[in-house]
Design a binder for this molecule. Structure first.
Ligand code: FES
Length: 150
C-alpha cells in the first residue's frame, strides 16, 4: 500500500508500512536528512518536525497516523538562498557545533514564535528545554532564537 504524506508543501509517496516511524521515511525514502536520529526513544529532540504546526518526535510517530497532516522539516523552513530568520540567526550566532540537534531546535522555535511572536528568553528556554545538545551549544542556540525573534 502506498501512503501519501504532505511534507514541506509537497505530497510524497512511500511504500513504508503504516507503523514505520516518520523519521525513517523522511531520511530513507525522501532523502530529507536534516531531521536527525539521536536517541530513537523520544528523549533528545533531534528528530523534531512540525505536524500541523506542533513539534512532534518523528522517531516515535508512525507514518500511518500522518496521512492527513502537514509535516514541516528543517528543509521546509528556508533555503540556502532564502534562509528563514531562525536559520540566518543560527548562522550569525554560530549556534551549531556538530549540528545534530539544530534542525529540531529551530523547527521547535518556529512553532513557539508562530503561537507567541513575542516569546521571552524564559519562554524560549522552556520551549527548548527537552532538546538535548551534546556539544553544550544550548546558550548559543537560545541566543540565535532570540535574535530571530527581534
Ligand atoms: Fe527522536 Fe531522540 S531521535 S527524540
Amino acid at each position: 500500500m502506498v501512503l501519501r504524506l504532505n511534507v514541506n508543501g509537497t505530497v510524497r509517496e512511500t511504500a513504508a508500512a503504516a507503523d514505520t516511524p516518520l523519521l525513517y521515511v523522511l531520511r530513507n525514502d525522501f532523502a530529507l536528512t536534516g531531521t536527525k536520529f539521536g536517541c530513537g526513544a523520544g528523549e533528545c529532540g533531534a528528530c523534531t518536525v512540525l505536524v500541523d504546526g506542533r513539534p512532534l518526535r518523528a522517531c516515535r510517530t508512525p507514518v500511518g497516523e500522518l496521512t492527513n497532516a502537514r509535516i514541516l522539516t528543517i528543509e521546509g523552513l528556508g533555503t540556502a538562498a532564502h534562509p528563514h530568520p531562525l536559520q540566518a540567526a543560527a548562522l550569525t550566532e554560530q549556534a551549531a557545533q556538530c549540528g545534530w540537534c539544530t534542525g529540531g531546535m529551530l523547527v521547535a522555535a518556529k512553532a513557539l514564535f508562530d503561537r507567541n511572536p513575542k516569546a521571552t528568553e524564559s519562554e524560549v528556554r522552556a520551549a527548548l528545554a527537552d532538546h538535548l545538545c551534546r556539544c553544550g551549544s544550548h546558550n548559543r542556540i537560545v541566543r540565535a532564537v532570540l535574535r530571530a525573534g527581534r
